[in-house]
Each structure stands twice: as structure tokens, then as C-alpha cells.
Design a protein around this ligand. Sequence first.
Ligand code: CP
Ligand code: NVA
Length: 302
Amino acid sequence: MQHLLTINDLSQAEILDLIALGKTLKQDYTPYAQALAGKSIATIFEKPSLRTRVSFDVGINKLGGHCVYLDQQNGGLGQRESVQDFALNLSRWCDAIVARVFSHQTLELLQQYASVPVVNSLSDLYHPCQGLADFMTLAEHHDDLSQVRLGYVGDGNNVTHSLMIAAAKLGAKMVVVCPPNHFPDGHVVQQCQQLAAQSGGQLLLSSDIAALEGCHCLYADTWVSMGDSTPLEQVTATFAPYQINAQLLALSGAQQVLHCQPAHRGYEISSEVMDGPQSLIFDQAENRMHIQNAILLTLLKG
Ligand code: CP
Ligand code: NVA
């Protein structure tokens, strides 16, 4: 493992190892308190963030490392200077680069020119740190992830893609329910169908919420992702039947609910469900930090 741009870069064994290390870290950081001593990690953000920014910064600190936060105020990626020069300069001071970008191609350029590991902390195409944190959260409730039935409902987006890839690699069943014209990228779907065929997993796509029946866990994300200027109100009528609420939870029989956040309470998820007994949403947010630390330790070991 040299970089992490997509979960597709990882084997099933590597995913399971990261989850196991994430769980170990969560129990006790003491043996790892100096694991990143003397190491500096740049975190670049082209888009806003709460969870990613804080969980990387606090997480790196727990491992004895140093986090350098770069927003767009001091010169955007590829604007004040090229992405290539960003990568070449940062590689001279930092031991890894974490980047949240509009276009996935920017990450590929960073990876091409950096001589240190590059981690995707969200692009238009994927959100691998999120997908891994989500399966770590599921692993806290399921001994065998290949037996999990995960139901994603809403807009087919970057988070959906990373979940689909993780599920397909792990041999899990995933049901993706979206309004017509809001399905995940066709190329990613095809790739996941192939991966699922190899792993014994299953990927089902539908616009009918009845397809969520029998899922262990329901998953929601925003109906409008960062970088899309469509007002939320404009899509509300289309997406309203796909809200995770008490009724959908009862229909599915799911005992667990996930949401990557930021959540729009009353839109993709009701407050009742978000704060209800099935919600693992804040465990999931906490686990971002542990899985990211597992990723950094794995990339920087040796
Ligand atoms: N889930 C997630 O990545 O949250 P932020 O956008 O707040 O970082
Ligand atoms: N799909 C969302 C995820 C936010 C963490 C977005 O890209 O805005």
C-alpha cells in the first residue's frame, strides 16, 4: 500500500487489516503514542470540512505526529502554482499528503509527482476514508463483514462509490436505492459487479425502497454534494420518498443506521432516526479518526 486514492487500491486482506488496526487503536493509543514522532502530514482542503479536518489533526497528534492544515486562502491547488509543484514542494517537507479536492484528477496528479504517500480525503468520485470508517463501524456489530446486508438510499455519489467498492471487495451484499437519474456512476457499478462476482458479494440497484427489505443497516448521505450548486429545496420533491425515517426503518427491518454527515435533518434523514437507538452515526464519525490513523501508520511504516 503506497497511496490511498480509492478502496479499489486495496485487497480484501488489506481492508480487513486496516479495520483490525483501527479497532486496536480505538482501544488504546498508548503503544502508538510516538508512532509518527518527527513526521509531518499536510492536509489540503479545496472544500469545507468538520470531521475530516478535525479527525486527521487530532488523530495525527495522538500518534505523536504533526499536521499542517492548508486551505485555499494561501493559494489554491493549481492556481498560485501547479498541482505538480505543490506535490514536489510538499514532498520535501512532509511525510504524507492528505487532500480533499473537487476533481479526482487532481489527486492523480498529486500522486504522480509526490514522492510521499497521498491519501484521498474526498474527491468528486470517492471518499475512501469514509467507506473504511463505515465498514469498521459495521465490524463493531458484525463478526463477519461478508454476511452484512447494507442498504444505501439517496443520491448515488462519491460515498456510495466507496461503499460499493468496499462491500464488493469484502463479499458483502449491498443494495443501492436511488431516484431514477441519480444512480451511481455506471463505470463504478460495472467494476463493483465484477468485484462482487469474484468475492461472493452482491450489488443490487433499484429505485424501489422495497428493495431495502432485509438490510441490516441503512445508510444516508446528503442529496446534494459539495461542488453541486443545486439548492437542496430544488431536489426535495424527487428525494423525499427516499428519506430514512421511522417508516423506512420499519419497512427494511434494519437495526443499524449510518450517515457520513454533514446531515440535513428532516431531509435525507429524520431527527428521530438520527438520534434514535439504531443510529451508529456518531460512532461512525469517531471511527474516521481511528481508521485514518490505521491508514497513516500502514502507509508510513518502515
Ligand atoms: N464525512 C465527512 O467527510 O465530513 P466532513 O465533510 O465534515 O469532513
Ligand atoms: N457526498 C458528500 C459527502 C460529504 C462528506 C459530498 O461530497 O459533499
